[in-house]
Design a protein around this ligand. Structure first.
Ligand SMILES: Nc1ncnc2c1ncn2[C@@H]1O[C@H](COP(=O)(O)OP(=O)(O)OP(=O)(O)O)[C@@H](O)[C@H]1O
Length: 363
């Protein structure tokens, strides 16, 4: 139906008075990609999306869409369409008029815009509701109307600001699958703002993790999870233990870090990390086993402070070797073959490849 555009963000900053919301970010989003901007509240995701849309001016830098620099273009001239968190539907108009609205603004004649709106409603499987008003629809249906309204302009890129946040948990998961299917079938570029790691992992070809107005990592979800670039990414994505310490020994295939008044840990450099006096390492919670390590630095003995049953798995929290709240996820089978309880002293271990040295971003 539509052509997709690459989005190229070149050294872009957003400054609101005394607040720098976005600090000189650069990012290339290839044409036809599903990109999720992910990060905690206030990290600059929405400002970035709004600058791509043209709803916010760019303080410094440029944004290109396909071959065109769109930095100073009005939103309607960019080839982008935006879907808002609240859907922003007109309560007094039926679905056809809601969806056809932007074509009416462009001066497209009535028959043509109604025909196109009906096509879009058909695409969203809402044809049967064409004459209803938004209040007569479910949350999921309203979301599909908002999508139809954004897509009627035939955009090269669709920008979505927390599109699933108004939905209940069950519908959220269903609509998430529908968004992915839609993006795949249209083949256009989607940029989707979310603060949910799970949502970003499920949808994205590229996850852009932002922190304090900067990009910590932009990569495929599997890379982000298996090779988190920084301590922030490892902590924010979850399922990793991050241990910080002083570097006491370093070579090409290993780095030893000492935790103040605690243990020594061996870690694998990942290339993203410039070596310095201190370092952070990440250890996946599901890669830790109960048992003595085979090599110095690949485990420690600690006291169990919490045991949480989760059905298919059991989560242990362990303190020791200068590390607090070290998390271990065991399969239910592993745990019940050898159960432990709060207060037990247990040895933990992992493989050398499962302890990674993390990079540090200059702030
Ligand atoms: N119009 C504005 N005027 C002044 N400061 C603003 C304005 N809009 C955003 N900010 C500030 O810029 C920073 C980034 O805001 P932004 O809305 O881009 O973050 P976000 O990651 O989308 O957050 P959330 O997930 O809470 O929506 C915040 O500190 C915010 O307070």
């Amino acid at each position: 139906m539509s052509k997709a555009a690459e989005i190229d963000i070149v050294s872009v900053s957003k400054i609101y008075g005394a607040t720098t919301a976005v600090h000189e970010i650069s990012l290339k989003i290839p044409a036809g990609t599903y990109c999720c901007l992910l990060g905690p509240s206030g990290c600059g995701k929405t400002s970035t999306l709004r600058m791509i849309a043209g709803h916010e001016t760019i303080s410094i830098g440029d944004i290109r869409l396909g071959n065109a620099v769109v930095t100073d273009l009005a939103p309607a001239k960019r080839g982008t369409a935006m879907m808002f968190q609240s859907y922003a539907l007109f309560p007094h108009l039926d679905l056809v008029d809601n969806v056809a609205f932007s074509l009416k603004m462009k001066g497209v004649d009535k028959d043509e815009r109604r025909a196109k709106a009906l096509d879009m409603l058909r695409l969203m499987q809402l044809e049967a509701y064409a004459n209803r008003r938004p209040a007569q629809l479910s949350g999921g249906q309203q979301q599909r109307v908002a999508l139809a309204r954004a897509l009627i302009t035939d955009p090269e890129a669709l920008l979505l600001d927390e599109p699933l946040s108004a939905l209940d948990p069950f519908l959220k998961i269903r609509m998430r699958a529908e968004l992915k299917k839609l993006q795949t079938s249209l083949g256009i570029t989607f940029v989707h703002v979310t603060h949910s790691q799970e949502e970003a992992m499920a949808l994205a070809d590229i996850i852009v993790i932002m922190n304090d107005g900067r990009i910590e990592q932009a990569a495929h979800p599997r890379t982000v999870f298996e090779r988190p670039a920084t301590a922030f990414v490892a902590k924010f994505m979850g399922d990793h233990n991050v241990v910080s310490g002083r570097v006491t020994q370093s070579s090409d295939d290993g780095l030893m870090i000492s935790v103040p008044a605690g243990g020594d840990f061996l870690a694998t450099p990942t290339g993203t990390s410039a070596l310095s006096e201190t370092a952070d390492i990440a250890i996946r919670t599901d890669r830790v086993r109960v048992g003595a390590p085979t090599e110095k630095g690949l485990g420690f003995t600690g006291l169990v402070s919490n045991v949480e049953y989760r059905g298919a798995s059991v989560k242990l929290t362990v303190n020791g070797a200068g590390v607090e709240d070290f998390t271990v996820i065991l399969s239910d089978k592993e745990f019940f073959a050898n159960p432990v309880k709060v207060g037990d002293a247990i040895p933990l271990s992992w493989e050398r490849a499962d302890a990674l040295v993390l990079g540090r971003l200059k702030h």
